[in-house]
Design a protein around this ligand. Structure first.
Ligand code: MRU
Length: 328
């Protein structure tokens, strides 16, 4: 039995975790139609849930992988397969650096209780980082602005209020009267299914657009700033994020719209000098062809792209603003 004040249960939008008992994640593939939690009883199940994007978002996959591995070790202190399960977890999605970092941090702790505490601390520091980033970003926003965002970067992608979406939610609480334009984010539609849903839950004024409407929308003078998240940042400030983020940055540059990346400091991979070294996940072709089928169609489905630092106005972390090159 864990006897520690800090080892309390956690119940947030994306998961429910009880250190010694159960672990449930919200199946995000069913949103917004259905809100269903599924239980995770083994790290192998967790790897599959991450791969299938039942749970997703750079920060959140790190947190949930850490919880799953730590809980498994706690319940099976003599298990011999921890290292191979950790490897499977790390390989389940290759782009977000948060996943490998979180799993390695849990592995480093010797005792099962130490591993549980580590997982909890990964969650807690993510939650706090989201709050701090949202607070620090408020000076960038003025009343009545039109804001662009991409993919989902809210409570369904993090342990807290979110990265880019956290900034927007905080501004709403401060009555900045923003209007948010949400890109659909093909092919998995995290924008239309998840971000739009999260914003609607909080009554934040928002409009959904298809990804290919961006240039026309901005030309209508409706947009003042863009905020996106990050799955991995190299030392020169190049940033991997959901496929299509690069397009948005190019278009913003064309129209002189400030383009901000909001991500916790550990999104920076200090082992990577430039963005082209960031591993880009290729996903199944059925994500593009699910509503039509042509046998033998050649389909390319990269899940992320890398936005060059020259297109990024600033990278906001809980430690403050960074510009290229990043000094650690
Ligand atoms: O494939 P996903 O849905 O996991 O991609 C998520 C994103 O690209 C987010 O923008 C990113 O994780 C940063 S916010 C935590």
């Amino acid at each position: 039995m864990v006897r520690d004040e800090k080892m309390k249960n956690i119940e947030v939008l994306a998961f429910r975790f009880s250190p010694t008992k159960s672990f449930f994640i919200l199946d995000q593939t069913l949103l917004p139609e259905k809100k269903k939690f599924i239980s995770i009883n083994h790290p192998r199940q967790m790897s599959k849930a991450i791969k299938d994007m039942k749970v997703r978002g750079a920060n959140l996959i790190g947190i949930t992988a850490a919880f799953s591995l730590a809980q498994y070790t706690y319940k099976n202190p003599k298990a011999k397969d921890i290292l191979s399960l950790a490897r499977e977890l790390k390989e389940s999605r290759p782009t977000a650096v948060h996943l490998a970092k979180a799993v390695d941090k849990v592995l480093k702790k010797k005792s099962p209780l130490g591993k549980l505490k580590q997982a909890l601390s990964i969650y807690e520091s993510d939650r706090k980082a989201c709050d701090l980033m949202a607070q620090k970003a408020q000076s960038l926003l003025s009343k009545g602005e039109g804001i662009l965002t991409y993919c989902n970067t809210g409570s369904l992608a993090t342990g807290g209020i979110g990265t880019a979406l956290g900034v927007i939610k905080k501004a709403f609480k401060k009555k900045k009267d923003l209007h948010v334009y949400v890109c659909e984010t093909r092919p998995c539609n995290q924008g239309s299914r998840l971000t739009f849903w999260e914003l609607k839950q909080e009554n934040i004024a928002c409009t959904l657009i298809c990804d290919n409407m961006l240039a026309y929308l901005i030309s209508q003078k409706k947009i003042h700033k863009a905020f996106v998240g990050a799955d991995c940042i190299s030392l020169n400030g190049d940033t991997a994020n959901k496929i299509g983020t690069y397009n948005m940055a190019v278009i913003c540059k064309h129209f002189k719209i400030p383009f901000y990346v909001v991500a916790p400091f550990h999104s920076i991979d200090a082992s990577l000098k430039k963005g082209f070294s960031i591993p880009i996940e290729l996903r199944p072709s059925k994500e593009l062809s699910f509503y039509w089928s042509q046998k033998g169609a050649d389909i390319w489905n990269p899940s992320f792209d890398v936005t060059p630092h020259k297109l990024i106005t600033g990278i906001l972390t809980e430690k403050g603003f960074f510009k290229s090159p990043i000094k650690i």
